[in-house]
Design a protein around this ligand. Structure first.
Ligand SMILES: Cc1cc2nc3c(=O)[nH]c(=O)nc-3n(C[C@H](O)[C@H](O)[C@H](O)COP(=O)(O)OP(=O)(O)OC[C@H]3O[C@@H](n4cnc5c(N)ncnc54)[C@H](O)[C@@H]3O)c2cc1C
Length: 400
């Protein structure tokens, strides 16, 4: 076995690195986190640039606008994007990283033709309508009802924590189509256009104050049956495909950000001085940061495994839950350390002098939510216990 890169792979890396070196600075700084139209424009125009240069949809077939890159090229792509500190996937998260991949794996040819090229070009933004006030960890308990009326489903219900709903064109929506069946067997996965009558989007401010979330109220929304992905009542199986992408490969771009974050911490440590010495001169701190960077490398190896599985079978394996759990843990420890490093400046929401207090503070609060998004850490532990380690299933709550 030859583990060295081939001349073609080296050429791919060099060309991509040169393109990123020119385009990343030219794309400018991201807009204010509160300016959602500008954020959509920034994220989607970067996606368009990737597309025009032949780097979008890196793993998707050429016939849908992708590059159909080899596995090694996909990994080189992630590494170079990280090194160049390229713009984050942002509002394209759902479409590119789990909605689109689910359509690729489970959708009809017409659905793939309609959505994949537009997602890859940055023309279509998606959101995820899974959680409900009574259905989060117990997602299969969802109650949003869909009743068949000819060639439409008539949908009524209430979704919550819907990230990017207010800038999205489509929603991957879970509905209950058979209320009599056991809860996992009465669910259907639909593609909902966000401009249909009967959709009411209400922003849901959070501790972070950034307004990523909305509640989405649905009242007699008529969704064409042709927008169903998979069979009626087979939505739980399709949902598991979505969740494996969301937990296994979607975090690749977040890890890119986290690597850059740790590098930022090193820069801050060199600027912070106490008693005439910089914080970076503290061996214990250097050891802690070095250890975190090493853990990020291990995490990267786990992501590579998920990417390999997705390439071989079409979907990441159940180890996706371990990636999500470990990522959450490293992320929280990294941001906690950065706030400790800032000392008093860590109390400020704005930058203090040269220090990135704003970024560190923001990411520290965001890290809390990462242990909840895409399934809580407790739920990932349940999945790892039951489906990877083969431990007995958790006992059912009385009356469940
Ligand atoms: C940043 C972020 C983005 C999100 N984006 C979206 C989105 O775009 N679309 C969407 O649909 N949803 C989204 N969510 C919602 C997210 O999926 C849910 O919040 C999550 O699944 C948890 O559900 P819940 O909030 O109802 O908590 P609950 O399910 O009520 O859980 C409360 C607590 O009980 C624990 N718990 C529950 N059941 C068990 C169990 N069986 N074993 C052990 N512990 C248990 C949980 O771990 C948690 O600590 C997002 C959440 C966050 C934080």
């Amino acid at each position: 076995m030859d583990l060295r890169y081939t001349p073609e792979e080296k050429k791919f890396r060099d060309e991509l690195a040169a393109w990123l070196a020119a385009e990343v600075p030219a794309h400018g700084k991201p807009p204010s986190v509160h300016d959602w139209p500008a954020r959509r424009a920034y994220d989607t125009s970067w996606q368009r640039k990737l597309f025009d240069a032949g780097y979008a949809g890196i793993n998707w077939p050429k016939e849908y606008g992708g590059r159909d890159a080899t596995l090694v090229e996909q990994l080189i792509y992630f590494e170079e994007i990280a090194k160049a500190n390229a713009p984050y996937v942002g509002v394209n998260f759902v479409g590119l990283l789990h909605g689109g991949p689910t359509v690729m794996a489970e959708g009809t040819e017409a659905q793939k033709q309609a959505h994949i090229p537009r997602i890859i070009r940055g023309d279509e933004v998606w959101c995820q309508g899974f959680s409900e006030p009574v259905a989060g960890s117990d997602l299969a308990g969802l109650q949003t009802r869909a009743v068949r009326d000819g060639d439409h489903y008539v949908v009524s219900g209430h979704k919550i924590w819907t990230s990017f709903a207010h800038v999205a064109d489509y929603c991957e929506l879970l509905v209950r189509t058979d209320p009599e069946a056991p809860k996992h067997r009465g669910i259907t996965w639909l593609i909902m256009p966000m401009d249909l009558p009967g959709i009411d989007i209400r922003p849901l401010p959070t501790l972070e104050g950034e307004g990523e979330f909305s509640e989405v109220f649905l009242e007699n929304v008529r969704i064409p049956v042709e927008n169903r992905v998979g069979e009626e009542n087979d939505g739980w199986r399709v949902t598991n495909v979505t969740l494996r992408f969301e937990r296994g490969t979607a975090f690749a771009s977040d890890m890119i950000q986290l690597q850059a974050y740790v590098r930022n911490m090193v820069r801050a440590a060199k600027k912070i001085t106490s008693h005439g010495a910089s914080a970076w001169e503290d061996k214990a701190l250097r050891r802690e940061i070095g250890h975190l960077y090493g853990e990020l490398e291990s995490l990267w190896a786990m992501v590579k495994l998920s990417v390999c599985e997705a390439k071989a079978t079409g979907v990441p394996g159940v180890g996706a839950s371990a990636v999500k759990l470990y990522y959450t843990d490293v992320y929280q420890r990294a941001t906690e350390l950065s706030i400790r490093l800032l000392g008093r400046a860590g109390l400020s929401r704005s930058d203090v002098g040269d220090l990135s207090s704003h970024l560190f503070w923001n990411r520290h609060f965001n890290a809390i939510s990462v242990s909840i998004a895409a399934g809580t850490s407790q739920i990932q532990k349940n999945i790892i216990g039951e489906r990877i380690l083969g431990l007995p299933k958790e006992p059912k709550a009385a009356g469940a």
